[in-house]
Design a binder for this molecule. Structure first.
Ligand code: ADP
Ligand code: ZN
Length: 738
C-alpha cells in the first residue's frame, strides 16, 4: 500500500488536501505492518491515522475504545463520509449484534468499534477468528496503564491480541504524554519493537488568555457577548457555582445550562445531547464534563477556577477548536484558588503531595509569568517554541517592566510595621489607607506607611504583592492564616537598597479592550482567509436544520472550519464545492444541493453575478500552518498599532480605531523605538513644550533610573494625570532624554 493511495482516500472521504505532520508517516508504519504508538494532543488528528488504513487496507479495522458514548458518534461521522462502520457494545440488541457480526465476518465493514470487554469476551473469539482483520487500533491507550489517571482493568486483556494475532499491526493512540505511561502501553500490549510517533502538543488555533479572578461575572458577561451563538464551556470547581452561573446566564437570555456529577445520568445525558446538537450554547460544568464528547465546534472554554495542574488544564481547553477553526480560552487566576488548592493538597496527606504541589506551581507559573503563555505551556510538555506565539494575551499586550523598588519598599515596610499580622488583604488596605474596622482596631492607621500606596488600585497591589512573593521578597505562612512574613531578601530591599524589578499589571478594562479588539479583527478571519460573516450564519442555520432532520449532531454534517471556508469561497458548483477542506465526495453528494443552493440564493439576494461568486481561498499548506515558523505570520497587535502610526493617525485616533488604551499603544510604539525604529511620538500627540521641559528637569532630579512617575505627579501638584505624564515620558524616551 502506498501513501499516494492514502492521500487520495484523504481527499475522497474527508475532503482534506494534505496530511497533518506525522499522519502520513504513521499511516506508512501501519501499512508496513509495524506496531505503532501515537501520541498526539486532543484534536491533533489521531483518528485519521487508523481510519485511512481502515478504508484502504483489505479487511476490517477493529477499533477498541473505552467510551461507549463516543462510538455512536464516531460511527455516524464515518458513515457520513461514506466509510462503512459499525459498533459493538453493551448498548445494542442481540439482533443488531448478529447482523453486525455477520457483516464483520463477510468483510463488508471498513471499521468495527468495540469495547474492550466485548473484544475479550468468550463468545466474540470465534467471530474474531473467522473474520479478516486489517489492523487493531487501541484508542485512549493510556487506559491500559495503571500509572495513568484513567486506568481501565479491562484494557489489560488486550494483551491477548498480539498473542493470537502476531502478524496484524496494532496502533495505540493517546493524548497522554508522560514517559511512564508511554512505556507501559508498549509493554502491556506486548507490542513488537513499536514505532513511536510523538506529535507536537501545540494547538495554534487556541487563543490563550489569563485574567485576574476578580469581577469574574462581569468579565464572563462581556466575554460571552463577544461570542454570541457560539458553543462554549465554563469549568468551575463547585457544583454550586455551575448552577448559579448557568442561572445567571439564563437570566441574561442566553442558552445555558449546567452539568455535574451530582445529577443523575438521565439529566446529564439530556444536557450533553442538547449541547452536542447546538441547542444549548453554554455549559457550566465541573470537570466531570467533556470526556465523552467529540463535539468539534466548541468555540471557547473558560476556567472559572484554577485547575489542579497543566495536564488537566490542557485537556480541558483542548476540547475547544477541534475543527481547526479559531477558539478562545480564558483562565481566571486568583490567589484564593491557589490557597484553596494548596490546602486540599495538604489535607490529602502524603499521597504524592510533593508532586501535586510542584504541578500546581507550574500552573501558577503559567498564569503569572510575563512570558508568552504558549512558550510556558509547551515547555511543560518538553517542547521549545523559538518565537513568541502571537496568539496569547502576553503577546497581545507585552508587559512593561518597571523599577519596583519603591513599591516593594512600601509593601515590605508595612509588613514589617504590622508585626507579622499582615495578610495580603489587610496589607493592601493599609497601603491604600482604608478606614475599615479591622484596620482601626489594630491601630494600623497609625503606622508610617498607612496610605502611601493610594495611587495604585487594589488589583495593582495584588499583582505586585504576588510578584514579591514569587521573587522571594515575601513568604506566606500556610500554617498561620496565610500571613505574610519578611524574608532575608526583603531585608536587603529595606535596608541595603537592593533594587526590585516588577511587571506593571494591565487592568481588567485594558485586558478586555485588547481581547475585544483582537476578537474584532478575528471576526470573519482565519490566518488564511476572510469569510462573509452573514453567509456563515446562513450556512450555520442550514446545518442546524439538516442535522435536526437527520437526527445527527450538526458538526457531523460539516465542521465550523468548512462552513467558514464556504462562506469565504462561495462555491456554486460541485467541483467548486469539492475544493473546500472538509468536503469529500459523499458529503458533496449528500449535502451539495442544499448548501450550494443556499450559497447561490445568497449571491442572488446580494446581487453578485455568478461569475463573481466562486473564489477559491489560498490555503497555506496544513504542514506549514502547523510548523513553528508560521507563527510569525500572525500579526502581533503591536504591529497593527505600528501600521496605524505609519499611516499618520494620531494617538487618539489609533486608540479609537483599535479600541485600546493610549498607554497600551505607547508601549507598542516604544517597543519599536527600543528595537531601533524611528518613532516620533511628538507627531501624534498634543503636548506642551514647556511642560515637557519641566518634566524633564523633574526626572533629572531623581536618583532613580529609569525615573518614576509618582514624584513627578506630586511635584506637579497632582494636576497632570498619570496618563499625561506617561505620554511626556514616552516623548522623552524617544528623544533619548530618559
Ligand atoms: P483526535 O482524535 O486526535 O482528538 P481527530 O482525529 O478527531 O483528533 O481530529 C480533529 C479534527 O481535525 C477533526 O475534525 C478531523 O477531521 C480534522 N483533521 C484530521 N486530519 C486532518 C487533516 N489532515 N487536514 C485537515 N483536518 C484534519
Ligand atoms: Zn504568546
Amino acid at each position: 500500500m502506498t501513501i499516494e493511495k492514502a492521500k487520495t482516500a484523504l481527499k475522497k472521504y474527508f475532503g482534506y488536501d494534505e496530511f497533518r505532520p506525522l499522519q502520513d508517516e504513521i499511516i506508512q508504519s501501519v501499512y508496513d505492518g509495524k506496531d505503532t504508538v501515537v501520541i498526539m494532543p486532543t484534536g491533533g488528528g489521531k483518528s485519521v491515522c487508523f481510519q485511512i488504513p481502515a478504508v484502504t487496507m483489505e479487511g476490517t479495522a477493529l477499533v477498541v475504545s473505552p467510551l461507549i458514548a463516543l462510538m455512536k458518534d464516531q460511527v455516524e461521522s464515518m458513515r457520513a463520509i461514506g466509510i462503512k462502520a459499525a459498533f459493538l457494545n453493551s448498548s445494542i440488541t442481540a439482533n443488531e449484534r448478529f447482523e453486525i457480526e455477520g457483516q464483520f465476518q463477510s468483510g463488508t465493514l471498513d471499521l468495527l468499534y468495540v469495547s474492550p470487554e466485548k473484544l475479550a469476551s468468550q463468545d466474540f473469539q470465534s467471530v474474531l477468528g473467522s473474520a479478516k482483520i486489517s489492523l487493531f487500533a487501541i484508542d485512549e491507550a493510556h487506559c491500559i496503564s495503571s500509572w495513568g489517571h484513567n486506568f481501565r482493568p479491562e484494557y489489560r486483556q488486550l494483551k491477548l491480541l498480539k498473542q493470537k494475532f502476531p502478524n496484524i499491526p496494532v496502533i495505540a493512540l493517546t493524548a497522554t504524554a508522560d514517559k511512564v505511561t508511554r512505556k507501559d502501553i508498549g509493554e502491556q500490549l506486548n507490542l513488537v519493537e513499536p514505532k513511536l510517533f510523538l506529535a507536537s502538543f501545540d494547538r495554534p488555533n487556541l487563543k490563550l488568555e489569563v485574567r485576574p479572578g476578580q469581577k469574574r461575572w462581569e468579565q464572563i458577561i462581556n466575554f460571552v457577548s463577544n461570542h454570541r451563538d457560539e458553543a462554549g464551556i465554563i469549568y468551575a470547581m463547585s457544583r454550586k457555582s455551575c448552577e448559579s452561573l448557568a442561572a445567571k446566564l439564563q437570566g441574561k437570555g442566553l442558552k445555558a445550562n449546567y452539568y455535574h456529577a451530582g445529577m443523575n445520568s438521565d439529566q446529564r445525558n439530556k444536557i450533553q445531547e442538547s449541547f452536542i446538537n447546538d441547542e444549548i450554547d453554554i455549559i457550566c460544568a465541573t470537570v466531570a464534563f467533556g470526556m465523552g464528547i467529540d463535539k468539534s465546534n466548541i468555540r471557547w472554554v473558560i476556567h472559572y477556577n484554577l485547575p489542579k495542574n497543566i495536564e488537566n488544564f490542557y485537556q480541558e481547553i483542548g476540547r475547544a477548536g477541534r475543527d481547526g477553526a479559531n477558539a478562545d480560552t480564558m483562565l481566571f487566576y486568583s490567589y484564593a484558588d491557589i490557597m484553596f488548592l494548596k490546602k486540599i493538597i495538604e489535607d490529602d496527606g502524603d499521597n504524592g503531595r510533593e508532586l501535586m504541589q510542584s504541578k500546581l506551581d507550574r500552573l501558577q507559573q503559567y498564569a503569572t509569568s510575563p512570558i508568552c503563555r504558549r512558550k510556558t505551556l509547551l515547555s511543560y510538555f518538553g517542547e521549545y517554541l523559538a518565537e513568541n506565539c502571537g496568539n496569547c494575551d502576553v503577546c497581545d499586550m507585552p508587559p512593561t517592566s518597571i523599577d519596583g523598588t519603591e513599591l516593594a519598599q512600601m509593601a515590605l515596610s508595612a509588613v514589617y510595621r504590622m508585626n507579622g499580622q499582615a495578610n495580603s488583604n489587610i496589607l493592601i488596605d493599609v497601603l491604600r489607607g482604608s478606614g475599615r474596622r479591622e484596620i482601626v482596631e489594630n491601630g494600623f492607621q497609625n503606622i508610617k506607611t498607612y496610605g502611601v500606596g493610594r495611587a495604585y488600585t487594589y488589583l495593582d497591589w495584588r499583582a505586585y504583592i504576588e510578584q514579591l512573593i514569587q521573587q522571594g521578597f515575601l513568604e506566606i505562612a500556610l500554617d498561620d492564616s496565610y500571613k505574610l512574613k519578611l524574608t532575608k531578601a526583603s531585608q536587603d530591599v529595606l535596608f541595603n537598597s537592593l533594587k526590585v524589578q516588577l511587571v506593571k499589571p494591565a487592568s481588567i478594562k485594558e485586558r478586555e479592550e485588547s481581547a475585544a479588539a483582537s476578537a474584532a479583527t478575528k471576526q470573519g478571519k482565519t490566518a488564511d482567509f476572510t469569510w462573509d460573516t452573514e453567509l456563515f450564519q446562513v450556512l450555520k442555520a442550514l446545518r442546524y436544520k439538516m442535522a435536526k432532520a437527520a437526527a445527527i449532531p450538526p458538526y457531523i454534517i460539516f465542521g465550523d472550519k468548512a462552513l467558514q471556508e464556504m462562506a469565504a469561497a462561495k462555491p456554486i458548483t460541485r467541483d467548486n464545492f469539492l475544493t473546500i477542506s472538509g468536503v469529500g465526495e459523499r458529503k458533496a453528494d449528500q449535502y451539495g444541493t442544499e448548501f450550494l443552493g443556499a450559497i447561490k440564493a445568497y449571491g442572488k439576494e446580494k446581487g453578485i453575478p455568478d461569475e463573481d461568486m466562486f473564489k477559491p481561498v489560498l490555503k497555506a499548506s496544513s504542514k506549514s500552518r502547523a510548523s513553528k515558523t508560521s507563527k510569525s505570520a500572525k500579526i502581533p497587535t503591536r504591529q497593527i498599532t505600528l501600521e496605524f502610526y505609519n499611516k499618520g493617525l494620531s494617538l487618539v485616533e489609533i486608540a479609537r480605531e483599535r479600541g485600546l488604551k493610549k498607554n497600551t499603544l505607547l508601549d507598542h510604539l516604544l517597543y519599536y523605538h527600543r528595537d531601533g525604529l524611528e518613532i516620533d511620538i511628538e507627531s501624534i500627540v498634543d503636548y506642551d513644550e514647556d511642560l515637557l521641559k519641566k518634566i524633564k528637569d523633574l526626572t533629572y532630579q531623581q536618583e532613580d533610573s529609569p525615573p518614576k512617575m509618582t514624584p513627578v505627579f506630586v511635584a506637579l501638584d497632582e494636576k497632570v494625570s498619570f496618563d499625561q505624564i506617561r505620554i511626556y515620558f514616552a516623548i522623552l524616551e524617544t528623544r533619548g532624554a530618559l
